[in-house]
Design a protein around this ligand. Structure first.
Ligand SMILES: Cc1cc2nc3c(=O)[nH]c(=O)nc-3n(C[C@H](O)[C@H](O)[C@H](O)COP(=O)(O)OP(=O)(O)OC[C@H]3O[C@@H](n4cnc5c(N)ncnc54)[C@H](O)[C@@H]3O)c2cc1C
Length: 310
């Protein structure tokens, strides 16, 4: 891992910075590149703009590691309202939740109850519930809760991280259990005994897992294969591979983050065939999430610096 990436990821966990940096006007200006605003209405407006370009969305309200059960309950209520509002507008936007924002650190049973209830409501409204993946210490609990939601309704998916050594086995289990997967490279700082330290190895593992996700076996069970990446070379390789194994282009779905690789988002939408969605994040608690975006591409730090003078 590069020094800059390590420093930025350490900064994402720093309470002093988390308290102060979001108040600085130039940091607030810079973050607008990655999120349309802090309110659900900002997300809905951004989703409408994307929809006009033929791109459906996924949405997430930023926040993690809540320490007050009432806050976790309020997050669940927010998502119930959001699912209803999105449905009322006839928008094609799927929710994606973080379990530590729904109280995973505080009460696993209560968190599971929130996830099952949200999955049931999402299903009733004709949409799909996604569950993000956080640090490696949460993977077992996250997959167990997702399994409970899947036992209640079929439209449930989880994010798996290609950098983790355990992910090939987890992916096989998800395919077997009929749980959709959004495969990503992985955004957190993890030790080498848990995650692949070299980016080249992560990229290679991503492509190997992608092959499993469009295999005959996966397609036989209508597995939902989603690739969450901005790596246009990898996207092309996955699409080419899917073509060679006879997987219809629509069986490969790509999710990208709002504001990143906009040209690739539009190109995927224009080409038809392959499906594309954009994940729109919103909310007041954006600092750790934003620092992870900077860590993914340290050149983004210059963008923040430019806003200091802009
Ligand atoms: C839809 C979606 C959902 C995600 N959900 C999770 C999750 O639940 N858990 C988790 O651990 N991680 C999640 N991630 C983050 C993921 O793990 C990676 O950290 C992130 O996507 C960067 O990797 P990459 O695949 O884009 O490839 P990279 O090889 O890192 O980047 C490829 C190219 O994309 C561009 N790019 C990538 N990131 C940025 C950026 N921040 N700013 C500007 N340009 C950039 C650059 O041009 C770069 O060269 C998610 C990512 C996406 C797209």
């Amino acid at each position: 891992m590069s020094v800059m990436r390590s420093v930025l990821l350490a900064g994402s966990q720093n309470a002093w910075l988390r308290e102060r940096a979001p108040k600085l006007p130039f940091v607030r200006r810079a973050v607008t590149r990655f999120m349309p605003g802090e309110q659900l209405d900002d997300m809905l407006r951004a989703a409408a703009t994307l929809r006009a370009q033929g791109i459906p969305a996924v949405y997430t309200r930023l926040g993690e590691n809540v320490t007050d059960p009432a806050e976790a309950d309020a997050v669940a209520t927010h998502y119930h309202d959001a699912i209803d509002r999105v449905h009322a507008q006839g928008a094609d936007c799927e929710p994606s939740v973080k379990l530590t924002q729904l109280g995973l650190d505080l009460d696993v049973e209560r968190c599971a109850a929130h996830v099952v209830a949200l999955a049931v409501q999402a299903h009733a409204r004709g949409t799909y519930l996604w569950v993000d993946m956080e640090q490696s210490a949460y993977v077992d609990r996250t997959l167990a809760i997702v399994g409970r939601a899947r036992a209640a309704v079929p439209r449930v998916g989880v994010c798996l991280q290609a950098y983790l050594h355990r992910t090939p086995a987890d992916l096989r289990a998800m395919i077997r259990e009929g749980i959709g997967v959004r495969l990503v490279k992985g955004a957190y700082a993890e030790p080498a005994d848990v995650a692949l330290p070299s980016k080249a190895d992560v990229d290679a593992q991503f492509f190997r897992l992608a092959q499993d996700m469009v295999s005959d076996e996966a397609r036989r069970v209508n597995f939902r294969a989603v690739f969450g990446t901005h790596d246009t070379g990898l996207i092309s390789r996955i699409r080419a591979h899917a073509g060679t194994v006879g997987a219809p282009a629509a069986d490969c779905e790509f999710h990208l983050l709002y504001g990143i690789q906009r040209d690739a988002q539009l190109a995927l939408a224009r080409e038809g065939g392959a499906r594309v969605r954009v994940l729109i994040a919103y909310g007041a608690y954006w600092f750790p999430w934003y620092m992870r975006r900077l860590a993914e591409r340290p050149a983004n730090v210059w963008f923040v610096a430019k806003n200091l003078f802009g």
